[in-house]
Design a protein around this ligand. Structure first.
Ligand SMILES: N[C@@H](CCC(=O)N[C@@H](CS)C(=O)NCC(=O)O)C(=O)O
Length: 209
């Protein structure tokens, strides 16, 4: 029995839904009891963060740890294939996304509403975002390949970058190799299905602003 503690618009929860979908695993998705960081949730998941997985009494937080666990516990299809060197490069891409690119995107969230926006901060942060996108492009595969753990975070971050580009009236900076890579990922059913449902959640969330 797999239970994912998640909320619809969390990027890292979406990343794991792609993994679960691709592996055709059935799972229950539940909101954190008592809410984000609540004492009630921390009793179940001490880190208080989302996503978290419960599998037959085992509790794991952190999307990278959960993704690797799922890949080992349910090895077909293998989402971390190849030699030790290949796997290291996949982990490098995945960690770069989580620790370098996504935080730059997340830092822009408080500036979505025009009346709370610090234009100078957005300008500087946008430059950092473009720099991170240039850096991640170097780590991307040059050719189409099977879906790996390293490919599950970026499609959702890309939805946010497109959304923020529209909010800040800027050109979407994802082009070239990055755009082709994302287009190829959309051919995977698990990615396409998550993009569709995530976009609907984001649209609903936007209406609450
Ligand atoms: N590195 C963590 C990041 C998870 C994360 O930042 N989750 C957000 C929701 S998208 C969260 O739980 N924030 C509240 C908190 O950390 O208490 C992972 O990959 O799981």
């Amino acid at each position: 029995m797999l239970t994912l503690y998640a909320v619809p618009v969390s990027l890292y929860c979406a990343k794991l839904r792609i993994v679960l979908r691709h592996k055709r695993l059935s799972f229950d998705e539940l909101p954190p009891p008592g809410g984000y960081g609540s004492d009630e949730y921390k009793k179940l998941v001490p880190a208080g963060s989302l996503p978290a997985l419960i599998h037959d009494g085992l509790q794991i937080s952190d999307s990278e740890a959960i993704g690797e666990y799922l890949n080992e516990a349910f090895p077909d299809p293998d989402m971390l294939p190849g030699t030790p060197a290949d796997r290291a490069k996949l982990r490098e891409l995945s960690r770069f996304h989580d620790t370098r690119l996504e935080p730059v995107v997340r830092a822009l969230f408080p500036h979505i509403s025009a009346n709370k926006r610090d234009k100078q901060f957005v300008e500087q942060q946008w430059q950092s975002l473009v720099e991170r996108l240039d850096q991640i492009e170097v780590l991307l595969p040059k050719n189409k390949r099977s879906l790996t753990l390293a490919d599950c975070g970026l499609p959702i971050t890309a939805i946010w970058i497109a959304f923020l580009s529209a909010q800040f009236e800027r050109e979407n900076p994802m082009d070239g190799l990055l755009a082709t890579y994302l287009e190829n990922l959309g051919d995977h059913q698990a990615v396409a299905a998550e993009i569709e449902s995530y976009q609907a959640s984001l649209n609903a969330w936007q209406k609450t602003l």
